[in-house]
Design a protein around this ligand. Structure first.
Ligand code: F6P
Length: 304
């Protein structure tokens, strides 16, 4: 997010525009928490995770009163256009707000879940996957040396994106994801069969929205009598130094968002699709994304 903020601020200033940073997203618009951002205000943030503007899930914005207060702030500060940096929740809210108040608005897609439709990748998803991948690589050392089973819970309340990517990239045996029904007995059965053939360790990745690692680990131990440990990676996946891919994407899309607004575009998200810079209607962007779940899921199982 910080790389995107830096890009929007500096490119907009280069284009002779004035920029305000809104604290905590929609909350800041409702509560009039915004301040001018100059070139210097975004120095030294390109390598930091999170966002200098802070972010929050804002329930007040869901009701009409909250939206009206946000619009009042926009009028009071004579704001001509908005750049919304966020995920599907932010985009849904932006689309609704645009339909009602017609404030020009462009979305920059940021989410670890890569769940914005119509584009290849969200800012931050590459960073999150690499963080989880490194953690699992480390866990594998114990799994192999101590001949254990590990169940690793990764983020993804509604999305199996991180789980599938890391299960494939870390050579894990199984991915349990919200998009697919799973049969724990079948998984346990294959562990027992593998163990009889001499296999000594397993890493099973579970997305938090599909099951709890603790529950899966307990049931595996009960069924197989093999030593199983549960690990929850949690919010470490949501922070840390952004990868080169996440930064480059953020810096590119920051510029694009400003250019789109200058060209009079609105109610759209910017992104990269098949190597090209594109815009997607916010309504389309918030539809369910095809994450090639079946292809990845099957490949994980074939390569085990
Ligand atoms: O925004 C989606 C997400 O990254 C999910 O993958 C995860 O479940 C959630 O955010 C975590 O949010 P919180 O920190 O509010 O629990």
């Amino acid at each position: 997010m910080n790389a995107a903020i830096r890009s929007v601020v500096r490119y907009a200033i280069y284009k002779k525009l004035e920029v305000f940073g809104v604290s905590r997203g929609w909350w800041g618009l409702i509560n009039e928490e915004l301040k001018p951002l100059d070139h210097r205000s975004v120095s030294g943030i390109i390598n930091q995770g999170g966002t200098i503007l802070k972010t929050a899930r804002c329930v007040e914005f869901e009701n009409e009163e909250g939206q009206a207060r946000a619009f009042n702030t926009i009028k009071k500060y004579a704001i001509d256009a908005m750049v919304v940096i966020g995920g599907d929740g932010s985009f849904r809210a932006a689309h609704k707000f645009y339909l009602k108040y017609k404030v020009p608005c462009i979305g920059i897609p940021v989410s670890i879940d890569n769940d914005i439709n119509g584009i290849d990748t969200t800012i931050g998803s590459d960073t999150a996957v690499n963080t989880a991948l490194c953690a699992i690589d480390n866990i594998r050392d114990t799994a192999t040396s101590m001949e254990r089973i590990f169940v690793v819970e990764v983020m993804g309340r509604n999305s199996g994106f991180i789980a599938l990517q890391v299960a494939l990239g870390a050579g894990c045996e199984e991915a349990i994801i919200p998009e697919k029904k799973f049969d724990l007995e079948e998984i346990c059965h294959s562990i027992v069969e593998g163990n009889l053939r001499g296999k000594i360790s397993w890493i099973i990745v579970v997305a938090e929205g599909a099951a709890k690692a603790e529950d899966i680990a307990r049931k595996i131990t009960e069924y197989t009598s093999l030593e199983t440990r549960a690990i929850v990676l949690g919010h470490i996946q949501r922070g840390g130094r952004p990868t080169a891919a996440s930064r480059t994407l953020a810096l590119t899309l920051g510029q694009q968002a400003v250019d789109c607004l200058l060209k009079g575009q609105s109610d759209q998200a910017v992104g990269v699709k098949d190597g090209e810079i594109v815009t997607v209607d916010l309504e389309t962007a918030t539809k369910k994304k095809d994450l090639e779940v079946d292809r990845l899921y099957n490949l994980i199982r074939i390569l085990t």
